[in-house]
Design a binder for this molecule. Structure first.
Ligand SMILES: NC(=O)c1ccc[n+]([C@@H]2O[C@H](COP(=O)([O-])OP(=O)(O)OC[C@H]3O[C@@H](n4cnc5c(N)ncnc54)[C@H](OP(=O)(O)O)[C@@H]3O)[C@@H](O)[C@H]2O)c1
Length: 246
């Protein structure tokens, strides 16, 4: 029996990068998976086709995390399609890095809407459906603990907020047998953070292991937390950053 047989998961931002790896991994573990995307419709459809051809049950949902109504709809479409929701993975996130003086209030609103508000909204809707054994797993960043350098204030602030969300909600949902955890990746090779740039060389120099993580590394951790083996972990986070914050 696969670890996530008979479970249904919703992954936000599953069309590319870490989210796509989480979709593949949860489906391989036996879960039915709905995932959202904002712009990459072709990649989303291709991913769903690939996983379904391999025997998975996956659907792609167009849903902009910056729009609360889209997030609520995604939760409800998942339940309508698969009849239940067991695992919410809040993965969608954006990065805006620039000198602080150049930031705008519009950028604050956009980044916080996707990185923080959408997480809150998705959880608020998901708890209507999650039962004992349910999981809320959010993808934060190792920068939630440690800003790597200048030009990171807004992103770092958003990822630190997820720590408070994780602590508080674990207390709220613990009595229902639902766990709330945070996964904090460090540099992971994706469109957001390609491993072949001068910035990547700087990051590698700060990492104990000296190499970028892969999306599969992060997906494996998410699958563990989602499984029965993760049942006693809640209100806390696991940093998966090759020792960058060591
Ligand atoms: N890569 C890293 O080094 C790293 C390190 C620490 C934390 N993280 C975190 O890991 C998560 C995934 O990052 P990644 O590196 O995989 O990023 P990525 O390569 O840029 O992929 C982002 C994914 O999120 C989706 N997304 C972005 N904005 C969205 C929106 N408004 N609504 C719905 N979906 C949206 C994208 O969908 P579309 O394709 O439709 O745009 C895409 O599927 C993020 O929360 C990020 O902060 C990444």
């Amino acid at each position: 029996m696969k670890r996530l047989e008979n479970k249904t998961a919703l992954v936000t931002g599953g069309s590319r990068g870490i989210g796509a790896a989480i979709v593949r991994r949860l489906a391989a573990e036996g879960a039915n998976v709905a995932f959202t995307y904002a712009r990459s419709s072709e990649k989303a459809e291709a991913l769903a086709a690939e996983v379904n051809a391999a025997g998975g049950k996956v659907i792609a949902l167009a849903a902009d995390s910056a729009q609360a109504a889209d997030v609520i709809n995604a939760v409800n479409k998942t339940v309508a399609e698969f009849g239940r929701l067991d695992i919410l993975v809040n993965n969608a996130g954006i990065y805006i890095g620039k000198d602080f003086q150049e930031h705008t209030i519009e950028e604050y609103d956009q980044l916080m809407a996707v990185n923080v508000k959408a997480v809150y909204v998705a959880a608020l809707e998901a708890v209507k459906h999650l039962q004992a054994g349910g999981r809320i797993i959010t993808i934060g960043s190792n920068m939630g603990d440690n800003a790597i350098g200048p030009q990171t204030t807004l992103y770092t602030m958003s990822k630190s907020a997820l720590q408070g969300f994780t602590r508080g909600l674990a207390r709220d949902l613990g009595p229902k047998g639902i766990t709330v955890t945070l996964v904090q990746p460090g540099p992971t090779d994706t469109d957001m953070n390609p491993a072949d740039t001068p910035l990547a060389d700087f990051a590698r120099g700060r990492m104990a292991l000296g190499n970028y993580g892969s999306v599969e590394d992060v997906a494996g951790l998410v699958a563990f937390l989602a499984s029965e083996e993760g049942r006693h972990i809640t209100g806390s986070w696991v940093t998966i950053d090759g020792g960058m914050n060591a």
